[in-house]
Design a protein around this ligand. Structure first.
Ligand code: PEP
Ligand code: MN
Length: 357
């Protein structure tokens, strides 16, 4: 049983210490999650005192909430309005604006990366994507350009002024990637790589956490809890399709997961229609479904020449198709009570140089 204790906005550091000491004195195992949020977890009910009683009438305690979940920090109750936002470069995800993240599955060459990123930027997208390290099912598949692609990431960000997300597959790459990108993606295959989650929790780089191929909603939330527990609250969840008995398409997009996650967590939730569809022609209908169901955005693979792509070309949207998709997404997202986010202010050369990490 977890009890969340929220202190008043006016609470000072001294008030915070006072509340912590009072709870500890009563034998309660208090954890500090930030200047205004504390939690007490009591495993076995017994003679442990109720935190609410211990803190009765404390003027600086704004709220005491009992949660019956084991992921107190990602639970919606953990933030006052039940919604948090994540800032990636100059783009804010989760503030009622629908965000489009687009770009190639993998960074392949200077020409491919820059041509695609310019088109994505001109189409009105908010964040660029491009994998430098690819977790491939086969060891013989293209594994990504790795470090030799860092300068292409720098160029794409500098030329478009848009932030960039890339996938991280190895805990040893955190610092390097933090110098070249604005957000890292923990892919479906690494959702339960707990060592990676722990280290990313200690870092301050925004994280896009994708749902594992066979992960339940609870497992996704617990994976996100690892990140928040380390102190990194810049986390976005991504539904990208799960493995079911159905073989007619790549994965089964669990659209129901979007409202369910939004109810259970304050973290923004986006959808990846590309990996679920596995074929370009199904990407748009799934993207529109994501907008209509109320997601906070999409992550869509887009390529200037899908037929020549080294990775996931079969599901890539041609860059020419992106402006039309964004136009139709604006309609679908407004039906769900949201608005298409205006394109962000372009990052300045200084912001680009000082990457988010
Ligand atoms: C990707 O985004 O290219 C990717 C590998 O995604 P996922 O982890 O969802 O398969
Ligand atoms: Mn891909």
């Amino acid at each position: 049983m977890v009890t969340l204790i929220r202190l008043a906005d006016s609470a000072t550091y001294q008030h915070h210490r006072q509340v912590v000491e009072r709870l500890r004195f009563a034998g309660l195992p208090v954890r500090e999650h930030g200047p205004h949020l504390l939690s007490v977890t009591v495993q076995v009910a017994g003679d442990a005192r109720e935190p609410a009683d211990v803190l009765a009438n404390h003027p600086q305690v704004a709220e005491v909430t009992h949660l019956s979940v084991d992921h107190p920090q990602v639970a919606s109750e953990a933030v006052p309005e039940h919604n948090s936002t994540v800032t990636v470069g100059t783009t804010v995800i989760g503030a009622n604006g629908f965000v489009v993240i687009a770009g190639p599955c993998a960074v392949e060459s200077r020409d491919q990366m820059l041509t695609t990123c310019h088109a994505v930027s001109d189409a009105g997208a908010h964040i660029l994507r491009g994998g430098l390290y690819k977790p491939r099912t086969s060891p013989y598949g293209f594994q990504g350009m790795g470090q030799s692609g860092f300068s292409l990431a720098d160029e794409a960000r500098a030329e478009t002024g848009l932030p960039l997300i890339t996938e991280i597959v190895d805990v040893r790459d955190i610092d390097d990637l933090g110098d070249h990108v604005d957000m890292v993606q923990v892919g479906a295959r690494n959702m339960q790589n707990f060592a990676l989650l722990r280290e990313l929790g200690r870092s301050r780089i925004p994280v896009l956490l994708k749902r594992g191929l066979a992960a339940t909603i609870d497992e996704v939330l617990l994976a996100a809890e690892y990140l928040l527990d380390g102190g990194n609250d810049q986390v976005v969840l991504c539904e990208r399709g799960i493995r079911t008995y159905e073989r007619a398409y790549r994965f089964t997009l669990d659209i129901t997961a979007v409202p369910v996650l939004q109810e259970r967590t304050h973290l923004p939730v986006i959808v990846d229609p590309s990996h679920a569809a596995g074929a370009t022609r199904w990407v748009e209908p799934l993207a529109l479904a994501a907008a209509a169901v109320g997601a906070d955005g999409i992550l869509v693979e887009t390529h200037c020449d899908p037929a020549a792509a080294l990775c996931d070309g079969k599901q890539a949207l041609r860059t020419e198709a992106l402006p039309g998709l964004i136009e139709r997404l604006a309609v679908a997202t407004s039906a769900a009570g949201r608005t298409m986010l205006p394109q962000p202010e372009r990052m300045s050369a200084t912001q680009v140089a000082a990457a988010a990490g």
